[in-house]
Ligand binder design. Structure first.
Ligand code: PLP
Length: 426
């Protein structure tokens, strides 16, 4: 802006920080809706009318987001009874929901069925036995997808690479266990096996287009083998989530529509070659729907200079509202929102306020040398896996989430109070 303030979604972030207080999560609702439409349109155009994107709600789960997904006609994936509960509070129709998790408890299974969840993405043999038993008790036929590990290394952070053979998720094709999994699932009277699921990992840029194609290829070859062995032609193939977003200027741009166009051409070709009917394609984007829609605003406190060593800029939040650097050493772009016109020639680590040396948002950040108490620090691209991973470490109340839309702002999640911190203490 002309006043040297950082503007986000067309709004002055310094004014927003003043109005709502800090730390503060901002979410650009219009951008979220835009991303949903990019996926929906690309799916309809390239994968066909029965294919659909599902919002991976673990990326950021709260009532308003499920209302937006409902309004946008998006399916969702959920990974816990808590996410199911939240979606229900938003009036989301769970017949469009897919229930993930590598360890659904018996209570999760009961809760999912009590609430008529559309699909279980069954992770392992033990789980299909538990789903079969509960479906049998109810006299229903539960729709399931079987989660398989295609043995792909998507070259992302170790903690978010999930499609490798030794992953804790799913059943490996390479070891022969997946074939046995299918056989056992098909023998169960109360399961309707609709097809397969895989998720290679998160923060995947797939610039060559090969990661998803390789995963799809392994899944389709396996599906053709299962068709020959058991006559099962999958109605649905879910290729998971995972497209990356730009945390820094050096991260590449992804053209989602183009990736989907190329992937669909590849899938059609391989289905023809393998004599498989083209299944409905599902994907579960989380980060690429909400990640770049987010920004966190903080107030700068202490600036500590250790001559000959390093400098610290301390903010009024930290790892409790954004644990991603502590978990994965992830990159972020940090800006001094009220001094955008000043030269950035002061190198510092932007750190949180917790009693923990690993409480870091980002290192080697270039900021104006005048940075000091009361300035507004903005951390970009925090819409995914920040609020949903947030904690109350050091008894810090979680920030509010303010939605930005059409030049207006409103609170979607209120700031936690000290009373909230003790709400469960007896
Ligand atoms: N689907 C599954 C099974 C996942 O585990 C994840 C995230 O880890 C996603 C979808 C969403 O991934 P992303 O947010 O990277 O799109």
């Amino acid at each position: 802006g002309a006043n040297g303030h950082l503007h986000f979604a067309g709004q002055d972030t310094v004014a927003l920080a003043k109005q709502y207080g800090t730390p503060l999560y901002l979410l650009d609702e219009d951008y979220i809706r835009h991303q949903c439409r990019v996926y929906q349109n690309a799916f309809k155009k390239h994968f066909g009318p029965t294919s659909r994107p599902l919002y991976a709600s673990k990326a950021n789960s709260f009532k308003r987001i499920y209302e937006i997904m409902k309004e946008e006609g998006m399916g969702i994936d959920v990974v816990s009874s808590g996410e199911i509960y939240t979606a229900l509070q938003a009036g989301y129709d769970l017949s469009h929901a897919y229930f993930h998790s590598n360890n659904k408890t018996d209570r999760d299974i009961v809760y999912g069925m009590d609430n008529h969840i559309g699909y279980f993405v069954a992770d392992n043999v033990e789980e299909i036995k538990a789903i079969e038993a509960e479906a049998g008790r109810r006299g229903i036929k539960q729709k399931v997808l079987l989660r398989l590990t295609p043995g792909i290394d998507p070259h992302t952070y170790e903690a978010v690479a999930t499609g490798k053979v030794d992953s804790k998720f799913g059943v490996a094709i390479e070891t022969g266990q997946a074939a046995r999994f299918v056989e056992q699932a098909l023998a169960m009277k109360h399961l309707k096996v609709l097809g397969y699921h895989c998720h290679v990992g998160s923060m995947v840029f797939d610039e060559e287009g090969d990661v998803y194609q390789n995963a799809a290829d392994i899944m389709l070859v396996f599906a053709a083998e299962m068709k020959a062995a058991h006559g099962l032609a999958p109605e649905q193939l879910n290729l998971g989530g995972g497209y990356g977003v730009r945390y820094t200027e050096s991260d590449p741009h992804i053209d989602i529509e183009e990736n989907i166009r190329l992937l669909s051409a590849y899938l059609k070709k391989r289905c023809d070659e393998l004599a498989l009917p083209m299944p409905a394609i599902l994907m579960e984007p989380g980060r690429s729907i909400v990640g770049a829609a987010g920004m966190t605003l903080y107030t700068c406190g202490t600036v500590k200079k250790i001559p000959g060593y390093k400098n610290y800029v301390s903010i009024d939040g930290g790892m409790p509202d954004n644990p991603r650097y502590a978990l994965y050493k992830t990159n972020y772009t940090c800006l001094l929102a009220n001094k955008m016109n000043e030269k950035c020639d002061f190198e510092a680590s932007v750190v949180g306020r917790c009693c923990e040396s690993g409480d870091i948002i980002q290192e080697h950040v270039m900021l104006p040398a005048s940075v000091g108490r009361g300035d507004t620090v903005a951390v970009c691209t925090t819409g995914a896996y920040n609020y949903s991973m947030a904690s109350n470490y050091n008894r810090l109340p979680r920030p509010a989430t303010v939605m930005l839309s059409g030049g207006k702002s409103y609170v979607a999640i209120r700031r936690e109070t000290f009373e909230d911190l003790c709400a469960c203490d007896l």
